[in-house]
Design a protein around this ligand. Sequence first.
Ligand code: PMV
Length: 366
Amino acid sequence: MSKSTSAMTLSSDFKDKLSEGVNTCWKSPANIALVKYWGKKGHQIPANPSLSFSLDEAYTITRIHAKLNPNANGPKVSFTFEGEKNPAFASKIEQFLNDLLPHLEYLPHVYLEIESGNNFPHSAGIASSASAMSALALSLLCIEQQLLEEQLDDNSFYRKASLIARLGSGSACRSVYAGFSMWGKHDDFKDSSDNYAIPIDFKPGSLFENIHDTILLVDQNPKKVSSRVGHQLMDNHPFAKARYDQAVTNLSKMRSCLIENDWDTFASITETEALSLHAMMMSSSPGYILMHPNTLKIVEHLVEKRKQNHVNVCYTLDAGPNLHLLYPEEENDKVALIISELTQYCSDGKVIYDTIGKGPENKHCK
Ligand code: PMV
């Protein structure tokens, strides 16, 4: 890869290449936000900056076979999810691809056969849009790379993949990177942007290097209020400004504690962010509650046990009832004991063990 400009030219023989068929395959992870994105300005622009880390075990694999559409009235899509054709989703993807026409010049010329699957259960209550949209974005961009005159350099490739993922699902733009990444303009993060995520520009302390995320599945049903509606309800929210200011301040503090290896501050900010996210939901108009009574039982139990046993462990919540327990690798044994007492509050006793991950991978596929 060599070029960094976003105005890329398709190669003169791109139609020949498409006639032969162009393939790609990407594996991309889910992520868990520590400083939460909640609320938008305009089209997929975040109302506040956010920071997350990519997971290792929760991922989507997406394969695309691109063929020439000689009528140039594309993009046309067939979509298979976990072995089953899904025409409803194919038409949603076509709509999304129409939004991408200004970014991917080849799209009118293709039929895309897209196959996708997750390695975590569909109904597990884990957000799949981040892994799905980042895997799709990386795959679409990888097709472009194969049709260009000159290729993007690595930095530009991931930035553009992040921008495309963002247009599909905001939080997905952070999943194109390994480890910790942030999204949204913030004075403490050079090169930060509302348009795409960037990897953090510092090495986190040793406590965070191999951080674990164990997900306690309190409820595996689809949530009652979607994130799309939740973001919209922030538009006329009476506490919106205070919340956006809080996220900016928390991001500065989060940056410092990751650098300084300060677990206590990290835990306190992470938990405040989780509770603020849910406080926004509860104080929206109409208000709603995504936590479950067992979510609160786990929080109570965890807070008591970690104090008694001096364990570095904290929790966060996504837009749902399931608890994410975060802890440094060295606390594994102590946290395992606490988890064994918490599974009574989980649906079918279900727990998913995950850690910080190495980011997306370009897989070979036929
Ligand atoms: O990416 P969306 O539009 O599904 O929003 C998800 C936002 C949270 O997951 C609740 C927080 C975040 O920053 O990931």
